[in-house]
Write a protein that binds this ligand. Structure first.
Ligand code: CO8
Length: 260
């Protein structure tokens, strides 16, 4: 598929998705959100793809936020619609994708950009990354899930401070807060993510998708996470991946899982 604001590269079982609006620091406008939705939808269907890495083009920004020029003149109704549509098409969509998505944060991740990284399953950052939710400085609040995911990831008090001050944190702070799992040099960022992706790709795609579902359920107030875990655990039984994984262990060999 042809995209204008992103590009997608396939490398064996890995897909690399790059947001490509460097002149606007990869800010998320509506068409970029739609393209990302289509790309992730297609990658989820692609049986060869086991892990997806999401990053921004060039070295300055992952994503510097939602595109401010697009919503600066919106009214209450339009603002609400923009947030709801974005959450449905992209942020919740990625969080609930059945395949792991790693955010490779290569520079500024601000506002909607940090919210996008937080919607991914986990995050790796390069030394130059700066992260923050500066929305209150613009007279709005984080509208792409930031008020929910930031406290989940770093705790309520720290999230309150970050959101209220609108300030940026560096990677040392982000590691200390648990916002990112690893920090690398900018040159090593993607290869480091690839090395994690390779480890993930050796495991059962079916079991990984069930684990994503069960983990997410624990953060959804309307759902009893333990019940979802029990159901997801049960659904693993009787699958080819379960048969292969347990048989390989008992036969003292490495498991080989076919495509998802
Ligand atoms: N939106 C639109 N354009 C942007 C954005 C953005 N978020 N960020 C940067 N740009 C553009 C600049 O306008 C500039 O364009 P031009 O060259 O045409 O003037 C270009 O990118 C380069 O940026 P700067 O010249 O500002 O680069 P600096 O190195 O001087 O500064 C910063 C880098 C500090 C990252 C600065 O660009 C900045 O502060 N950007 C805005 C950060 C921000 O406030 N992000 C939050 C946006 S609001 C948001 O994300 C809300 C999410 C929830 C929305 C829910 C529904 C709407």
């Amino acid at each position: 598929m042809e995209y204008n604001n992103i590009y997608v590269e396939l490398e064996d079982s890995l897909a690399m998705v790059t947001i490509n609006r460097p002149k606007k620091l990869n800010a998320l406008n509506t068409s970029t959100i739609k393209e990302l939705h289509l790309a992730f939808k297609a990658l989820e269907k692609n049986k060869k793809v086991r892990v997806i890495i999401l990053t921004g083009s060039e070295e300055k920004a992952f994503v510097a936020g939602a595109d401010i020029s697009e919503f600066a003149h919106f009214n209450t109704k339009q603002g609400g619609q923009l947030a709801a549509q974005g959450q449905e098409l992209l942020f919740s969509f990625i969080e609930n994708l059945s395949k792991p998505v790693i955010a490779a944060i290569n520079g500024y991740a601000l506002g909607g950009g940090l919210e996008l990284a937080m919607a991914c399953h986990f995050r790796v950052a390069s030394h130059n990354a700066r992260m923050g939710l500066p929305e209150v400085s613009l007279g709005v609040i984080p509208g792409y899930g930031g008020t929910q995911r930031l406290p989940q990831l770093i705790g309520k008090g720290r999230a309150m401070e970050m959101i209220m001050t609108g300030g940026m944190i560096d990677v040392e702070r982000a590691i200390e807060f648990g916002l990112v799992n690893h920090v690398t040099s900018i040159e090593e960022l993607l290869d480091f993510c690839r090395s994690i992706a390779k480890k993930i790709a050796k495991n059962s795609p079916m079991a990984i998708s069930q684990a994503i579902k069960a983990i997410n359920a624990g953060f959804n107030n309307g759902v009893q996470g333990y019940d979802v875990e029990v159901k997801a655990f049960g659904e693993c039984f009787g699958t080819d991946d379960f048969k292969e994984g347990t048989t390989a262990f008992l036969e003292k060999r490495k498991a080989s899982f076919p495509g998802s």
